[in-house]
Design a protein around this ligand. Sequence first.
Ligand code: S3P
Length: 173
Amino acid sequence: CNIPLRERNIVLIGFMGVGKTTIGQLVAKKLYRDFIDVDQEIEKIHNMSIPTIFQQLGEEYFRKVEKEFIVDICTNTRLKIISLGGGAYLQEEVRNVCLSKCIVFFLDLSWDSWKDRIPLIVNSRPLLKNKTLEEIEELFFKRRDAYSLHNSRVSTNDLDPEAVADQIVKSVK
Ligand code: S3P
């Protein structure tokens, strides 16, 4: 792909609630770049929350809008920091456009650390609602196959968001 490495968008992927938005905002600030949170943009466009979009328009519709939005920003912008929703990267077209035009960072948190966050995030994540811990665990590990297709992995265990952001900044400078 002909976009120089230094100009490529930086894309953050990883499971729900690992801190993609928080860390993305910090990276953007540190690099003086714009930040785009895909879920927040979809919420703005629809003037609805993600749970309401899932409930009223359905997951299939959400996935289509999510994919089209990501393909558009990855193809038509540079120098942005973009955080994806946790399920976006399961779509092949999303992986292809991210890997060919951007630099993809996988924010990796262990199951043991992550599961303590469930109570904090469950209400705003339709895919976690009404699931047993076993079902959530299965989803967590099933998704790792897709997330393993990245350019760089950052372990977020024992690191605060600032330290994770610093690692990302260091590795693209
Ligand atoms: C989803 C993750 C959410 C949001 C939607 C679906 C998923 O984003 O896009 O609830 O399928 O993993 P976060 O990763 O920001 O929680």
